[in-house]
Design a protein around this ligand. Structure first.
Ligand code: SF4
Ligand code: SF4
Length: 563
């Protein structure tokens, strides 16, 4: 490969790469506002000016091709003077309203002002004023005074969302962003412009003014809105999720996520409809009981049915670890082959960017860990019909709403002799249940999902439950660090008395006389890796932050959408 010299470092580059790309591949950062690795080059912010030997003037690193033997200086006197000048120019009309700006703390302009600015302004005239509160669409607000005209938002709509909605109007220091006449910024990916705007000009109408970024913790996770499994960060303050943002993973979602995933997949975690305690129906009314009483009562009642009178339904919303225990409960403990999960398919949701027609994060995982009927067992449709015919008398449902999915079977389900439900929130199925277990959400537990392309990905607790508080009591700081999360988040906020479904299933199995020795989700994954071909060679370390693929011949064999 050809070589280039940057500040005395000889680095190789791929033919066709620009200086900024070659530098980035070797961990050398050249400052940039308008350049983005996934957008076309516009070259208008000028902060990436560098000095190239034998060239008469400074050049912009984002559009100058690297060439063999080129010698580049990114910290020379001339370059520093140019960076100072660009920063002074960009800040002339900037309102400097960082104390009330949502972007403060994660703003490129703010960071670069410290790093590449001179710290003072010579500008004494009145700044140009522009509109500060413009709703560009249902989800994005624009502040014209903060905009530095980098055009990233325009190029995102044109090139990634494939829906040109934004443009510049006016000239010089009056230039501003508008939507085209009759248009709104409302494409399904519109909120990504907030992430890539290098200043606080574009803000989320949902998150605006809710928290300063330094008051929140962030935890790496995975979106549960569809089977793409976009990588995310969960942002939490006082044990409450305030926003989700996309996390870069080139194999899964690049830098992006859709607005549905960003807005509609976390608010159920902190709502009043959460189930706070195990409940049992007495005299027609649901009453709270202790965990131990709920486990014992569940076991006592399940023992009164023959295996072929029982059906178990797992969940594509639950982790592989949860579903593995669903399989064990059904096959080993209850010895029933009537086992399946509900598919949630909407072809209208899919597009050719990220969104898939499977609206759940883990159909592939549920199938691979064995949530499927035995040869003689019933699948979901067989189970529903058998409930109607009163052949299935006891139903164990984990983290799904069968009544919402199949309303035509509501009265049949209401007629079951025993209906046990694990659920995070109240729903149409919990309204009919005889025993309810409050289950942890994706943001409250460890585990794995497998996306549409066979990528196994980790989720972690971003907010704490009552049981974690108990477990963490007296634990040293170094042990807390092993949770992979920031310890200080456990300090305050409302806690839910729920458990991950795998823990509930382990306790129910124990009450039924069969002990599984799992204390952590990771131990379940180890057993899966030893016993299921798809998971061979994997563990939580191998999966890491960006996931690991199962063998493609295995994921291709499983078609979760055609049942
Ligand atoms: S709104 Fe933000 S992303 Fe768009 S041009 Fe202005 S600074 Fe750039
Ligand atoms: S594409 Fe799917 S996984 Fe990605 S953010 Fe949207 S709903 Fe979530």
């Amino acid at each position: 490969m050809p070589n280039i010299n940057i500040d005395g470092n000889i680095i190789d580059f791929k033919p066709g790469q620009t200086i900024i790309e070659a530098a980035r591949d070797h961990g050398i950062t050249i400052p940039h506002f308008c350049w983005h690795p996934k957008l076309s080059v516009s070259g208008n912010c000028r902060i990436c000016l560098v000095e190239v030997e034998k060239m008469p003037k400074l050049v912009i690193a984002c559009s100058t091709l690297a060439s063999e033997g080129m010698a580049v200086h990114t910290k020379s006197e001339k370059v520093i003077a140019a960076q100072n000048a660009v920063m002074e120019f960009l800040l002339i009309n900037h309102p400097l309203d960082c104390p009330i700006c949502d972007e403060a703390g994660e703003c490129k302009l703010q960071d670069y002002a410290y790093k590449y600015g001179v710290g003072e302004s010579r500008f004494v005239d009145e700044k140009v004023h522009k509109d500060k509160r413009v709703a560009l669409g249902p989800r994005v607000m624009f502040d014209g005074e903060r905009c530095i005209s980098c055009s990233r938002c325009i190029r995102f709509c044109d090139e990634i969302a494939k829906d040109p909605e934004l443009t510049f109007v006016q000239r010089g220091d009056h230039v501003t962003i508008v939507t085209y006449p009759g248009e709104e910024l409302d494409n399904p990916y519109s909120m990504n412009v907030i992430d890539i705007c290098p200043v606080g000009a574009l803000t989320s109408r949902d998150f605006r003014f809710k928290a300063r970024v330094w008051d929140m913790s962030s935890t790496n996770s995975v979106c549960i809105g569809c089977s793409r499994g976009c990588n995310t960060e969960i942002w939490v303050r006082n044990n409450e999720i305030l926003r989700l943002t996309p996390r870069h993973n080139e194999e899964v979602n690049s830098y992006w996520m859709c607005d549905h995933g960003r807005l509609n997949t976390f608010k159920f975690v902190n709502t009043d409809t959460r189930i706070h305690s195990p409940q049992i129906r007495k005299d027609g009314r649901l009453t709270e009981i202790s965990w131990d009483d709920a486990f014992n009562e569940t076991a006592k009642r399940l023992k009164t049915f023959k295996p072929d009178q029982i059906a178990v339904i797992g969940s594509p919303y639950s982790t592989c670890e949860d579903n593995y225990l669903v399989t064990k409960l059904a096959r080993t403990v209850l010895q029933t082959g009537n086992l399946d999960f509900i598919r949630h398919i909407d072809p209208g949701f899919a597009d050719d960017i990220l969104r898939t027609e499977d609206l759940t994060p883990n159909s592939l995982g549920a199938e691979l860990v064995g949530v499927q009927p035995s040869k003689t067992g019933l699948d979901i449709h067989g189970i529903l019909n058998a409930i109607k015919e009163k052949k299935i008398k006891a139903l164990y449902l984990v983290e799904d709403d069968i009544v919402e999915s199949y309303p035509e079977f509501e009265s049949a389900i209401a007629g079951l002799d025993l209906f046990i439900v694990h659920s995070t929130n109240q729903n149409r199925s919990t309204a009919l249940a005889d025993i309810i277990f409050p289950s942890a959400t994706f943001a409250e537990k460890n585990g794995t999902f497998i996306n549409i392309n066979g990528m196994v990905q980790r989720i972690r607790p971003a907010i704490s439950l009552v049981e974690q508080d108990r477990a963490l009591d007296g634990m040293s700081m170094s042990r807390l660090d092993k949770f992979g999360t920031q310890w200080d988040r456990w300090a305050s906020g409302k806690k839910i008395n729920a458990l991950p479904s795998w823990k509930i299933l382990t306790a129910v199995s124990k009450a039924l006389g069969i002990k599984f020795k799992f204390n952590m989700a990771e131990e379940i994954f180890s057993e899966m890796a030893n016993s299921i071909e798809a998971f061979k060679g994997l563990d939580y370390d191998v999966i890491g932050e960006l996931g690991a693929k199962i063998k493609s011949e295995i994921s291709n064999k499983v078609n979760v959408t055609q049942k």
